[in-house]
Design a protein around this ligand. Structure first.
Ligand code: DLL
Length: 433
């Protein structure tokens, strides 16, 4: 279902006009209200009057995580203090948290884009949404909550964790939609199987999953285990939270809410804007935010823009399912390796589960990479030769795909830790560099 056809199916020409008006307004506001931005503009020798078409955005400076860190906690606020009504943060792995401050108008934008997102997955006022994203400073819980009630659906604000209770509610309340990280959806399914609950017989029939990287094979597994449709949703704290981009029923790329969040793809090395279809770093400008608007924010996420029309009728451009992050890139003995490459290669190998852990050690100044992979239950009860063959196969495939050798350790199902709260961790880097 298309929640807001007026904006989601708008003619490109009209959308561009609206985007330009919003961009001009944004640039004027941050130039006059945020000293840090003004300084950056002055250094780049650019004034708000120099912005006359959407391409002019390329003249404007980028904003990075480092800029947010320097301005922690309130340095990028662009409105009077008394207009802020809510705050969210992401803890990040290093340094200070990233802060997003919302005015009432910002919250309205958020609930609208989340209503579009959940509707894209088929949510209506008849649905019961079991929301297992964390409530609190994390944006997942609140974002889905606002979107659900905007549609008029019934939301169960479960937050993450307490799997036994999640399963009880899923069954007793007849939840029809599940929202959580994809790894938690799989964990919940495994626990349900253990408890003898047949998810396929329950009313649950769709879900919106995101906040961490996942693959097509994970999607297939979730869809099969629950007998549901599983949709990818994307967002980040800095921009609004979830609701930046979402999949429709075509499940072929994520529609960007681009009347509100303007996307660009750049070459992460040179900063040059790349054409549609080319992979690079995703950059967003929040066109209409008031609290902490961001100009050309470098997300570090890697994807490409899709401009071909979508079968669903929406005219918004899409981004490809994320390929990884620029800062996820591991440099192993000088070779660039992305965890997503490893996951992709594993998918093609029969007998493995989509659960893996990469452990990097440095021995005698040399990087050693160990890949732990969960193997289907049947294989473990098999003779050891089967396991040995599989281990060799994985090592060979990895060697040819990644151009580096690694050690594979096959582990029994459910050995690799699934977090009940928060995001899954795929890499343990023990190198002290
Ligand atoms: O994870 C917001 C969110 C909540 C998105 C619930 C979707 C659902 P942060 O904690 O700030 O915000 O993390 C943002 O998570 O830059 C991506 O690297 C990653 N990420 C988010 N969605 C996806 C996705 C929330 N669908 C960071 N696929 C982003 C892959 C994702 N990675």
């Amino acid at each position: 279902m298309i929640y807001n056809p007026e904006y989601e199916c708008m003619e490109e020409k009209v959308r561009k006009k609206i985007q330009l008006a919003s961009l001009k307004n944004l640039v004027e506001t941050i130039y006059s209200k945020v000293p840090y931005y003004r300084k950056k503009f002055d250094e780049a020798n650019i004034k708000p009057v120099n912005i006359n078409n959407m391409e002019d955005i390329q003249k404007l400076p980028f904003t990075t995580k480092e800029d947010l860190r320097i301005n922690y906690p309130h340095g990028l606020r662009a409105c009077p203090n008394d207009r802020i009504v809510e705050v969210h943060m992401s803890t990040g792995t290093t340094g200070k948290p990233v802060v997003n401050e919302y005015t009432m108008k910002d919250l309205d934008i958020w609930r609208q884009v989340m209503a579009r997102t959940l509707s894209g997955a088929g949510c209506t006022r008849d649905d019961i949404v079991q929301n297992c994203y964390g409530y609190g400073l994390f944006t997942g819980g609140a974002g889905v909550h606002y979107g659900s009630i905007t549609i008029g659906a019934e939301v169960l604000p479960m937050s993450s964790g307490n799997t036994e209770r999640q399963l009880m509610i899923l069954r007793d309340f007849g939840s029809t939609m599940l929202t959580c990280t994809p790894s938690y959806a799989l964990f919940l399914a495994e626990e349900a199987a253990e408890a003898g609950i047949d998810l396929k017989k329950l009313p649950i029939n769709k879900g919106c999953f995101g906040a961490e990287a996942w693959s097509e094979s994970m999607r297939k597994e979730i869809e099969e285990r629950y007998d549901m449709k599983a949709y990818d949703i994307y967002g980040l704290t800095e921009i609004i939270g979830p609701g930046v981009a979402f999949e429709c029923e075509m499940q072929n790329g994520l529609h960007v809410n681009e009347d509100l969040f303007y996307p660009e793809i750049i070459d992460p090395e040179t900063g040059k804007v790349l054409p549609a279809g080319e992979k690079g770093e995703l950059v967003f400008t929040t066109l209409t935010r008031e609290g902490t608007p961001l100009l050309r924010y470098r997300t570090r996420d890697i994807t490409c823009l899709i401009e071909e029309p979508c079968g669903c009728g929406r005219t918004t451009r899409r981004i490809h399912r994320l390929f990884g992050r620029t800062d996820d890139m591991l440099i192993i003995r000088g070779v660039n390796v992305f965890p997503s490459q490893i996951e992709q290669a594993l998918i093609e190998i029969e007998g493995t589960e989509p659960q893996y852990l990469i452990i990097i050690n440095r021995e005698n100044h040399l990087d050693e990479l160990e890949l732990q992979v969960e193997v289907k239950k049947e294989l473990f009860s098999d003779e050891t030769r089967g396991l040995e063959n599989l281990r060799n196969r994985i090592e060979q495939v990895m060697k040819s795909k990644l151009q580096i050798g690694l050690k594979v350790k096959l582990v029994e199902p459910k050995t690799i830790v699934r977090p009940e709260v928060g995001k899954v961790k795929r890499v343990i880097d023990n190198r002290k560099i």
